[in-house]
Design a binder for this molecule. Structure first.
Ligand code: HEC
Length: 142
C-alpha cells in the first residue's frame, strides 16, 4: 500500500519534471527561431539596398528570442535535451557566451534603428560567432 506521505513527496517532483520539459521545449523553439532569423538578417544585410524596416523587425525578434534562451537554462535541465550537464559546472563560461550573443543582437538592433549597416553587421557577426563555439562545448551530438 502506498502511504499518503509518499504521495506528498512525489507530487512536487512530478510537477518540476514537467516544467523542465516545457523549459527545454521553449528554449529549443527559441533557438530554432534564432537560426532562421539570423539567416534572414544576413540576407537582408547582404543586399545592396538594405530594407531597414524589415531588418529592424527581424532584430527585434532576435532580441526577444535571445531573452528567452537567456532565461531558459535552470540548473540541471539537461534531461530530454541536447544540453550537456557541463553547462552548470562551467556556468560562468556558458553565461558569458550567451550574453555575447545577446550583446550582438542588441548592437544589430541599434544599427538597424540608426540605419548603420556597419554597426548592424558587426552585431550580427558578434552573435553568429558564438553559435558554433557554444555548441561545440555544450550541445551534445545526438
Ligand atoms: C551559450 C550557448 C549557446 C549559444 C551562444 C548558442 N546556442 Fe544554440 N544551443 C545551445 C544548446 C545548449 C542547445 C541544446 C538545447 C536543448 O536541447 O535543450 C542549442 C540548440 C540549438 C538548436 C537546436 C534546437 C533543437 O530543436 O534542438 C539550434 C537550431 C541552435 N541552437 C541555433 C543556434 C544559433 C543559430 C546560435 C547563434 C546565433 C546559437 N544556437 C547560439 C547553446 C547555445
Amino acid at each position: 500500500m502506498v502511504k499518503f506521505t509518499q504521495w506528498i513527496i512525489a507530487l512536487p517532483l512530478l510537477a518540476s519534471a514537467q516544467s523542465v520539459n516545457t523549459t527545454v521545449e521553449s528554449r529549443q523553439n527559441a533557438f530554432e527561431s534564432i537560426e532562421t532569423l539570423v539567416d534572414e538578417a544576413e540576407d537582408l544585410l547582404d543586399s545592396r539596398e538594405v530594407k531597414w524596416q524589415k531588418l529592424l523587425a527581424v532584430s527585434t525578434k532576435l532580441n526577444v528570442q535571445g531573452e528567452i534562451v537567456l532565461n531558459a537554462f535552470p540548473q540541471g535541465s539537461h534531461q530530454n535535451s541536447r544540453a550537456k550537464s557541463r553547462i552548470w559546472e562551467r556556468w560562468g563560461h556558458f553565461e558569458s557566451m550567451m550574453s555575447q550573443m545577446d550583446q550582438g543582437f542588441k548592437t544589430l538592433q541599434k544599427g538597424s534603428e540608426s540605419q548603420d549597416a556597419r554597426m548592424a553587421l558587426r552585431g550580427l557577426e558578434t552573435a553568429a560567432d558564438t553559435c558554433r563555439d557554444c555548441h561545440r562545448s555544450y550541445r551534445s551530438f545526438w
